[in-house]
Write a protein that binds this ligand. Structure first.
Ligand code: GLN
Length: 498
């Protein structure tokens, strides 16, 4: 088992390689930990008694900052995996740091919150991009089954997200348990995830091994230790930056340009022209994904407020809190439809009618436009109190989920198809860095849509939000059309990759 070669792994029979199921489980637990932590973040910070007693506004700003940092560090985690650690060690180290972060918070949430969150940021940076890169390596070049594999993997992500959000919020807000239990449970599931990885990593054969295996052991280990120490040295820096939200802005202004310069430098260093073109194609996908996430991530901001203020609680034949719909429907729809869509891609590939990635991205934006059009359309069902249809809102979530499925797992997949092996961690990191900017822009967009006056009548809030959604629908439509029109050009850059 331990001596599996890459060819043996990649020549698997059936729809999915068995290693995918292991990575699915590991990522599921990691996302449980991540979304569990994320789910309680804002409420914990704004809790005036047992939390950090921040104002709502401050808590929201910090939430945005932490989100941006988490995804920004994937870029750095990806680079160190490529150059020194390899994906396996990077993932393991990241997991350990995430566990430490959550345990530290669990010990004394009010005292150690920021230090623990700093560790979670660093840990996620080393973990998150690299597990996706390993999924990509299970497939040989040109294997039509890759997008379906990422579809299944994406389902695992969302099972973890859904469970983590539910369990940690329940524990954190319950009078019988409390915040410590929420963070402790996140740490425990991450331990389960790492143990799963430990027991199954042999099946990955050479996938994710350090790129420095040819070097003398001592030299290699010294370099590895330098990375671990470097990560620890970053702790105070990140700590200061999340404590002061102004620094987050400076960080966000600089990390993107630095990343692009570094990307261009690495692209320039590539010897083959073909490889350079593929990298540029990947950059185009990454840039479009920023816009996608900026719209999509309204879910955590303006859509959550819209759900809280402007929706009835009737869904089909029963009553439900609209915020539960806002927080869970997307993950539920992903869990159900992601594998199904994967099977559809497989069936289409067999008939040679599978759309290529550029068109899939374009379709993703068209669904996004459709969803925001539906969010906008809710205004026509509103009563005189400014309350409107939860059914239409939920339908919009179904539509936005199809948009996500046409773009997000496909984006992971295309990163692994277009990147040369030596840069695959960095490119996956860049993909997630785009999410960081998306999150960041989502906050700005949401703030732009909200009423300057908190006590404005609900009818007025409804008008402002839905007008904003109308605009987003139009921009998403334009982005989708641009992508489809540009598709011949991007396909040229992509060479033979589909
Ligand atoms: N929901 C997905 C995940 O957690 C995608 C996140 C993203 O790229 N913004 O992996």
């Amino acid at each position: 088992m331990s001596n599996l070669t890459l060819e043996e792994i990649q020549n698997f029979k059936g729809k999915y390689p068995k290693q995918l199921w292991y990575l699915f489980l590991v990522e599921m637990w990691e996302r449980f930990c991540f979304y569990g932590m994320r789910g309680v973040l804002t409420i914990f910070m704004a809790d005036q008694v047992l939390g950090l007693s921040l104002s709502d506004k401050e808590a929201n700003l910090k939430y945005g900052a932490i989100q941006a940092f988490v995804y920004a560090f994937t870029f750095i985690g990806g680079i160190f995996a490529d150059k020194i650690l390899g994906f396996k060690k990077s993932l393991f180290f990241g997991g350990l740091v995430m566990i430490a972060g959550n345990i530290i918070i669990a010990v004394a949430p009010q005292n150690f919150f920021f230090i623990g969150i700093t560790l979670s940021i660093i840990g996620t940076g080393f973990f998150k991009p690299n597990i996706s890169s390993m999924v990509g390596e299970l497939y040989r070049e040109g294997d039509d089954r890759r997008d379906a594999g990422f579809g299944l993997f994406y389902s695992g992500i969302n099972i973890g997200a859904l469970l983590g959000g539910a369990v940690c919020v329940y524990l954190g807000t319950s009078a019988d348990f409390g915040w410590s239990y929420a963070f402790l449970s996140a740490a425990i599931v991450m331990i389960i995830g790492l143990i799963t990885f430990l027991f199954t990593q042999k099946t990955l054969g050479p996938i994710g091994d350090s790129p420095l295996l040819a070097l003398p052991k001592n030299t290699r280990i010294t370099k590895e230790i330098m990375v671990y120490l470097g990560a620890l040295v970053c702790i105070p820096l990140i700590f200061i930056m999340i404590k002061n939200t102004d620094y987050t802005d400076y960080f966000m202004y600089s990390i993107g340009p630095v990343a692009i310069f570094y990307f261009l430098y690495e692209t320039y260093k590539e010897k083959e022209r073909k490889a350079q073109k593929k990298l540029l194609a990947a950059l185009i996908f990454i840039l479009f994904s920023i816009a996608f996430w900026a719209f999509f991530e309204q879910s955590g901001g303006s859509l959550a407020l819209f759900a809280k203020n402007n929706l009835h609680s009737d869904l089909l034949f029963f009553q439900i809190n609209p915020n539960i719909v806002n927080n869970t429907s997307n993950a539920l729809f992903v869990i159900i439809f992601s594998p199904l869509l994967g099977l559809l891609w497989l069936a289409m590939a067999k008939k040679k009618i599978e759309p290529n990635t550029v068109i899939k991205f374009g379709i993703g934006f068209l669904f996004l436009a459709g969803a925001f059009y539906l969010f906008y359309y809710t205004r026509f069902f509103a009563d005189s109190n400014g309350l409107t249809s939860l059914n239409t809102f939920t339908l919009a979530y179904l539509v936005i989920t199809f948009g996500e499925l046409a773009l997000s797992p496909i984006g992971l997949s295309i990163m692994t198809k277009l990147s040369p092996k030596r840069l695959s961690g960095m490119m996956m990191g860049l993909w997630f860095l785009a999410s960081a900017y998306g999150q960041y822009a989502a906050g700005l967009l949401g703030a732009g849509m909200s009423s300057p006056d908190d006590s404005a009548p609900l009818v007025k809030k409804l008008q402002l939000y839905t007008e904003g959604y109308h605009q987003l629908a139009i921009y998403a439509l334009i982005a989708g059309i641009i992508l489809i029109v540009l598709s011949p050009l991007v396909r040229k850059l992509m060479q033979e990759v589909k």
